[in-house]
Design a protein around this ligand. Sequence first.
Ligand code: ZN
Length: 512
Amino acid sequence: MSLNYKADIVFRNVSFIHSGRANSIAVKDSKIYLVGTDAETRDVTGCDTKIVDCQDMVMIPGFHDAHLHILRLSANLTKLYCGPERAPTITDIKELLELEARKTPQGGWVKGWGYDHELLLEKRHPNRVDLDQAVPNHPVRLDHVSGHATVMNTMAMNKLGFSEYSVDPPKGVIGREEESGFPSGLFLDMGEYIGKSMIPYRDQLELEKGIILANQWLISKGITAIQDAGIGNDLERWNLFKRLKTLGLLDPQVTMMVGYDYCDEFSCLPIATNHLETGLSVGPAKIMLSLTTGSLIPDQKSLTDTITRLQLKGWQVAVHAVEQEAIECAATAICLASKIKSGARHRIEHCSEGDPTVIPLVDKSGAIVVTNPGFVWHFGDRYRSTLGSNIVSNIYPTGSLENWKIPWAIGSDAPMIMPDPILDIYTCATRVSKSGNPVGKEQAIPISQGIKAYTYGAAYSCFQEGQLGSIERGKFADLVLLSRDPTGLGYYSPTDVNVEMTVIRGRVVYEN
Ligand SMILES: [Zn+2]
């Protein structure tokens, strides 16, 4: 029998949403050791046990962002922001870039992000001519807010070897100037390709600086686990994440999805068992199902074949599907593949256009949905003005997913939006946009269901519910302390509820 049965840390005077008598949590060796009354945890409190008084605030499991892009988020945090609030026109973007270029050493890249062509006064993407006018003597890269488009100036294109002879890669599109056929500077769905060819230009220090900023943001929002959904995630990326974890720059549990082109590189790793002890684990194989070129790529048959092939090798897959047509295709493929192997927990990412005709298909497929209700708050006004009312009523269909009892989770898809679980859960309950307009009110759900999707649902979506996602003895002590019980307020305003403390593996990593 072990002599040392004392806890490492005890959280006292805790409120729980469904409390019973318990008001205290003891943690030992990164895991929850005991949930009970103060008197019960006193038995496991020794002289070396650290005691934290939680002042009757509410403790819930740490938030788990089931879909984001941490490297892009961190890169953006060190780049020039050119979003609509700062630059409503292309002329404004040009001015910002010009100012940035003046501060950039000779030969250095000028990097901006966050523009949204639909919100620009000109209602178009900038092109190389615009960027050349602003910055002729530095390479410039400007990323769309979605991450699905990039604009470069002529110098940047030359540096990366783009010319009139460049051919479109299978999944991307090189924008062309009408007369000459020369690349216009706009590149669609080529971010990973461009990123990879730019790696020699990406400074290590800049990367680490961005990761530190992103980490700080995540823990300040109560996020204790993330899943990175990069389609370019390969073995090299895995080693990068490993290094960032070893350096202690990323506190949350990281689950890295693997781009399906790179799955074979991972045959040396035990993908079936998730090593949560190291704080880094392999997640599903990520497949992009896109309509960028006008038709679905890959097509129905090759998607079904790919999923079947990957699941035979032990992979869970996560299919990016936004439009109704794409969701139907993904659900059909998952349904067919699941006839061969059940319990694979394949996923549909985004499921944005959750029309009533596709939800039963998703249900039948047995897929888990990882959706982005936070977009409703950030982009809801645009959905209302550009999409048909039937699409708007079913966008990011949180209510339908609950009604059909489809397992689901929430992802921020950062850097599309900044991760903010309290705001996203509020949006699930209110279904209002930034300016207070209703966006699919019929999809509203209780706050408790939003919390579940952001904690247990996310853990379930990557086979981690045995170790994460709820406050239970034996699970990792990944916890967040909130200033108020969000479920007790009916509706709350997101500013009413603050993250007071974030605990990862029993260690307090953030305090307000
Ligand atoms: Zn994504």
